[in-house]
Design a protein around this ligand. Structure first.
Ligand code: BGC
Length: 505
């Protein structure tokens, strides 16, 4: 293990500005995007309905519209990723484009994705492909009939509680594996199914916009959706393994399957108070661990008591690697009677969604210098702490950081964020934790779901009047890190440490 050692190097750059935090040779660096957020012109999925139907007015700031015209500009975007010396470009296939109606496949759309993937592999990068990144075709879950008054039909399967959904998702996976398996090894069934589920079915702030705020309502209405999705995940995983027999990158594995899970670093507000500790654990069990518990150990928390006891061997062991995606931390305090888990999350954004402020409920305000454009707290140490927690909970399970990033208009802030997160997680990787890579969210600015276009996550800034892409300081620094395989002394000196972030520009 040579990480964190000063490397004896020969080149002049290395002499003048040595790599002082090195990652292993096979550690991958990447950047990500997702179809609905970058392509533009997606009008046949439930997010486009959520953005435009009158009953959801006010829940999104802007429709995705042209997004950042990624559909046409994929060749340029692949080149932008290659310019950063990346190993992996993570993207998603928009299900509603390749299967616009039930059992109707659009060959031209599949050809398009083949061309996208070829533009990635031709530049020496590996694609990591997600099948479900928050969006679903309208025919699977039509929001014009949200209560499914008409009953399920070919035009509206009425969502994941219909067992046919799992089969349909598996058919999509079958088509993807057989059509694109020669280009792709790294597949992911769901991106952040916990983010899809909690804003989508608990707070109603994401499509499909359902609201279930009490524990009873979650058990009755949300957990069955989750079970349907887990059945879909397991069936899709099996189809990918069956159909993709081609080892596209020659590393000995034709399929490396992951689920990418959103995780926050969640702390008890008062670590000395056992009630706060238990409350934080309940929230993390529901948000952070529910999905990995199911797909790693086949365990399900059917009564939301924080302990998964319902056995589902059909979901166990269905992933090869867990992706974890980290953006922020928040504290939790015990709040008896506060639905759904007798716990209050102190995050200003989560509280805001409930019409509360940290002050009104006795939570501390995070240091404003460390708030991002999204309003939550930038806390790089959380990336390492979560990695440690995952290693403890799922010993031996391969991990990858499949998203991490910051919403900011400042290139310098983005560079600081990248350097500080990598600096924080490096000792864990050096200590032998099975974390094989870091993927930055995102390659370019894009459509940030309910928040519209204001939060800027891109390594490349996008001018929304011309769609021109311009590298930020974050891109310059990330390219240097990816090409060196680690952080140079100048990166730590200029961007590292644990002081407040530079101000927003
Ligand atoms: C999602 C992305 C999103 C990003 C930044 C993740 O929750 O996978 O789609 O844009 O975080 O909020």
């Amino acid at each position: 293990m040579l990480l964190l050692a000063l490397l004896a190097c020969t080149g002049s750059k290395d002499d003048d500005d040595p790599v002082v935090v090195a990652f292993p040779d096979d550690f991958v660096f990447g950047a990500a995007g997702a179809a609905h957020q970058i392509e533009g012109g997606n009008t046949n999925n439930i997010w486009s309905q959520f953005e435009t139907l009158p009953q959801f007015e006010g829940r999104t700031r802007a429709p995705s519209g042209e997004a950042v015209r990624g559909w046409e500009r994929y060749e340029e975007d692949s080149q932008l990723a290659a310019d950063l010396h990346l190993d992996v470009y993570r993207l998603s296939i928009e299900w509603s484009r390749v299967e616009p109606e039930r059992n109707v496949w659009d060959d031209a759309a599949w050809d398009h994705y083949r061309a996208v993937l070829e533009s990635v592999t031709a530049r020496g990068m590996r694609p990591m492909v997600t099948l479900h990144h928050f969006t679903e075709p309208i025919w699977t879950n039509d929001l014009r009939d949200p209560d499914c008054a008409e009953g399920p039909s070919d035009q509206n399967l009425c969502g994941w509680t219909n067992p046919e959904m799992a089969f349909e998702f598996a058919e999509f996976a079958h088509a993807a594996g057989s059509r694109l398996g020669d280009l792709v090894d790294e597949w992911s069934t769901f991106n952040e199914p916990n983010t899809y589920l909690i804003p989508g079915y608990v707070s109603g702030t994401f499509a499909p916009g359902k609201v279930n705020l009490t524990a009873d309502a979650i058990v009755a209405n949300v957990l069955p959706v989750m079970k349907g999705m887990l059945d879909g995940h397991a069936a899709a995983a099996a189809e990918l393994r069956l159909t993709d027999g081609i080892d596209a990158d020659g590393d000995g594995a034709a399929v490396e399957l992951s689920l990418t899970n959103a995780m926050s670093w969640i702390e008890p507000l008062d670590p000395a108070n056992p009630d706060d500790v238990a409350a934080a654990e309940r929230i993390q069990a529901l948000f952070g661990y529910a999905w990995p518990d199911a797909v790693v150990d086949g365990l399900f928390d059917h009564d939301l008591d924080g302990v998964p006891t319902e056995a589902h061997p059909e979901w166990a062991g269905t992933i090869d690697r867990l992706g974890y995606q980290y953006y922020f931390r928040f504290a939790v305090k015990a709040a008896p009677g506060f639905p759904p888990l007798d716990a209050l999350p102190c995050d200003p954004v989560l509280l805001g969604a409930l019409g509360l402020t940290p002050e009104s409920v006795g939570c501390p305000e995070p240091d404003p210098a460390n708030l991002t454009q999204m309003g939550y707290e930038h806390y790089p140490e959380g990336l390492r702490l979560l990695g440690e927690a995952l290693v403890d909970r799922y010993p031996g399970l391969p991990l990858r950081i499949t998203e991490n990033g910051i919403a900011t208009t400042s290139g310098r802030r983005r560079a600081e964020s990248i350097v500080r997160h990598l600096e924080a997680v490096a000792p864990l990787v050096d200590g032998g934790a099975p974390i094989d890579g870091y993927i930055h969210w995102s390659l370019t600015d894009n459509f940030e779901w309910a928040e519209g276009f204001e939060p800027k996550f891109g390594l490349y800034a996008v001018d929304l009047s011309t769609y021109d892409r311009t590298p930020t300081e974050g891109a310059t620094v990330y390219a240097e890190i990816a090409s060196a395989g680690g952080l140079r002394r100048s990166h730590l000196d200029t961007y590292g440490g644990d002081g407040p972030l530079s101000p927003e520009e």
